[in-house]
Design a protein around this ligand. Sequence first.
Ligand code: PLP
Length: 417
Amino acid sequence: MQMRSNDLFSRSRKVLPGGVSSPVRSFRPYPFFTSSAHGSRLFTEDGRELIDYCMAYGPLIFGHTPSFLLEFVKDQIFKGTVFGTPHLAELELAEEIIRAVPSMEMVRFVNSGGEAAMSAIRLSRAFTKRDVVVKFDGCYHGAVDSLLVNGVGIKKYPASDGIPTTLLDKTKVIPFNDFSELDGINEDVACVIVEPVMGNMGVIPPEKGFLQEVRRACDEAGAILIFDEVITGFRLSRGGAQRVFNIKPDITLLGKVIGGGFPVGVFGGKRELMEMVAPAGRVYNAGTFNGNPVTMSAGLAVLRKLEDHIYSDLEFKTEFLCKGIEEIFGDADIPIQINRIGSMFTIFFTQNAVKDAESARRSRVDRFQKFHSLMLERGVFLPPSQFECCFLSTAHVDKDIEETLQATLSAVNVDGW
Ligand SMILES: *Cc1c(COP(=O)(O)O)cnc(C)c1O
């Protein structure tokens, strides 16, 4: 068959490094090009229709292009796309977030999760007058210089070229879910940044009591605790992972879901910290598109529609799908572990529990890649890396799940596992 995506990818490679705008989007032999998306489905330039579990890596909790959102955004676009002044939608979205996430008393809107992380680190350093940042191996917080220390899929130091050693020296990496390493959080530490549920090494939930111990270690050391809830915020509950696990961080980062499918990031926390941000204080942050009216109204439309029952429905569907997948692999004697929480899950090809970055790295990536391409042939798009999570949305209906289980059964029945 003539594959238009293949030709488009060849053209892209001449003008975009690696043919893509963000590395994870590249996979072999070539990534398909999407022409449109609706609900749980992607439509490709090759004329295919795919059930989507990548969901743009997290923002789309109501699926692609839900009609209520389009109406809201259309109204806003006619009123203006960027003002360069304060406006009502940013005020209302801030109030909506603060009502849902009590640890956030004030917020600053930026344009990406990575920007939010960068700004939160600057703020922590200003507040504590210390330099050291502690992060957890396998947690990802955007393409931020100080945080690109250990790689994700492959452990490599540093995770990127071009980062000054003076910055790398200020970042300490410790293993997730390892209580014994928390004494590394000492009085040199400005902040500890953590995904309360890891989502960038595949899904890895915290062990019982782990986040409490991280909170306690930060309190003892006088360090700022930053929860990166860019994935989990409004995804696991309206109050994010911090509500699920009942921990109050000092600073929270949000992104993805709160932009309603538009680029966004937010950092926020205690008033005494946030009052240090310019122009109230001397910690600089600015952006032409900060608090963009289109993004703010899309976010507002989504957050207002996220009622509590949505989360239990999503969890129920996700559990049903994961149990079905486990059964199919179990019958075929192919060892897998599915880590799951709320509407997020990852299938790891290993027989051992995956509880940190090291155990995730020990899973069979070759088998994951095989499964990924077999599923794609069968009309199901999973994120192309082992170290990402699959997402369900309210647009995923029973028919999607049935078709996904059928595709799984057919993929598992292929020879050569
Ligand atoms: C996606 C992600 C980020 C980065 O957000 P961008 O908008 O891509 O910069 C930060 N933290 C976590 C946990 C993420 O999943």
